[in-house]
Design a protein around this ligand. Structure first.
Ligand code: PHE
Length: 457
């Protein structure tokens, strides 16, 4: 992160600072928690293959479309759209992004709160003893069913996010990420190497990488599409906001590729660590939102210095999630400051209180409240609804609108110009094709099929 959070504009001087911030937003629970559980529920390798295709074919152009808007305007949210096309109705994309940001922040904080809770458990030495998958599942279920614990942890996450966004201690975070995120990466590599040696690891790998195309359904396609945007923090304006703080426009495509490569490798590493461990004990990959939280402790319990590894892991996971919650809150705040001229500190407090209010019912959706846990018969009730509606659909719709706006309303030429991509180059042609045709057609086709067949839920 950066001093942007303190309100000044144009402060990303360095390439690496910007890449780290974009990757910091992208890498988080989406990779460690959401990717494995979605892959597990959606048929494994078929989902992974689709996810990878979407990340490359759609994630890359959408990220650049967002960069172009932020770069060209140095504004965020709705204001960015009206700066490009005065009075445009497309400014609603900014408003949708703010709503989406608040909703994601709410349910995301609950899961970030779980990692905080697990950090506490790790300090208590809870993962030092032999731990069966059943015992680990029981610990998780107990933990998330306690309304006071999960609500308190979610509140702590929001408070930490506010402290960072408010004080602009972001320089510290940026520097810390520079050291801590590579350590997280190395730790994950180490854990995956361990997992690969478990008996039955090959089954886990096959589940993850040997696609059974008969498992592809509309639901799987939509989940992979939503997860691609969720994981890259696309479709709600994070990358518009961040690139509006960037002073130099050199090498934006390269920066997008670096963030995407970092994000995707962390997700795949999480998969390679978890699935062998799941299959080696004969557990089901369809463990739902608890999958990662139940499986990781069994891995730590199996390691020589398990407690130390667990502490390091949950501390780093917590930091990775905070760099994501900061970006979510930043979008809401930047939009309100740019559009209405509200004062930053008040806006930060107001927005976070709304997020907290929505986070509470999310925290109660796992048994804490019967009504919320089974709302409308959806799995994980209120939490599940926000997760699908905003974490998947709103981001996908946002990404579609961003492509339509850039490709057909604002114009691909000024966008390429803002990105510093030479007209007539192969990259310019590729991006133009992608933003104007490929992305809108693919995304609308999936949405249209869902609307026509109603076969998602
Ligand atoms: N990309 C983040 C993650 O993977 C979550 C996120 C989604 C952040 C959308 C900002 C916007 O953890």
């Amino acid at each position: 992160m950066n001093d942007t959070v303190a309100g000044a504009r144009g402060v990303f001087g360095s390439r690496i600072g910007f890449i780290l911030t974009a990757a910091g937003s992208a890498i988080g629970l989406g990779n460690i928690w959401r990717f494995p559980y979605m892959a597990g529920e959606s048929g494994g390798a078929a989902f992974v293959l689709l996810y990878l295709c979407f990340v490359l074919a759609l994630g890359f152009p959408v990220m650049l479309a967002e960069f172009a808007i932020g770069q060209a305007t140095r504004q965020s949210g709705s204001r960015a759209f009206t700066t490009l096309v005065p009075g445009t109705r497309w400014r609603w994309i900014g408003t949708l992004g703010v709503l989406t940001g608040l909703a994601i922040l709410a349910f995301y904080s609950v899961v970030a709160g779980w990692s905080l809770g697990y950090l506490v458990k790790a300090f208590q030495g809870d993962f030092s003893r032999e731990l069966t998958a059943e015992a680990s599942a029981a610990i998780f279920t107990d933990f998330i069913a306690s309304p006071s614990q999960s609500a308190a942890m979610a509140a702590a996450v929001i408070a930490a996010t506010v402290a960072i966004v408010l004080k602009g201690v972001s320089k510290g975070i940026e520097r810390a990420s520079l050291i801590l995120m590579p350590i997280f990466f190395l730790l994950l590599i180490g854990l995956s190497v361990h997992s690969l040696q478990l008996p039955g690891a090959a089954d886990g790998l096959a589940f993850l990488f040997a696609p059974d195309l008969s498992k592809v359904s509309l639901r799987v396609v939509m989940s992979a599409l939503g997860q691609a945007f969720f994981s890259l923090s696309l479709g709600m304006g994070v990358m518009i906001t961040y690139s509006s703080y960037l002073t130099q426009k050199k090498g934006l495509p390269g920066m997008a590729l670096s963030s995407i490569a970092a994000d995707t490798s962390v997700a795949l590493l999480a998969g390679v660590t978890l699935f062998p461990a799941i299959f080696s004990v004969g557990a089901s990959p369809q463990g739902g939102p608890g999958l990662a939280f139940i499986t990781f402790p069994t891995i730590f319990a199996d390691l020589p210095a398990g407690t130390g590894v667990a502490i390091a892991f949950y501390a780093l996971l917590f930091i990775a999630s905070i760099t994501s919650t900061v970006s979510l809150l930043e979008v809401v705040v930047a939009h309100s400051v740019d559009r209405y001229g509200w004062r930053r500190p008040r806006t930060v407090i107001g927005a976070s209180l709304i997020a907290l209010l929505v986070a509470l019912p999310c925290a109660l959706s796992f048994g804490g409240s019967q009504a919320l846990s089974s709302l409308f018969g959806v799995q994980d009730g209120f939490f599940g609804i926000l997760n699908i509606a905003f974490g998947n659909f709103a981001l996908v719709i946002g990404a579609l609108c961003i492509c339509l706006f850039v490709g057909w309303r604002w114009g691909i030429r000024p966008a390429l110009n803002a990105l510093g991509v030479a007209e007539g180059s192969w990259l310019a042609r590729l991006l133009s094709l992608e933003i104007r045709f490929v992305c809108p057609i693919c995304i609308s086709a999936v949405l249209a099929f869902i609307a026509l067949t109603g076969s998602f839920f």
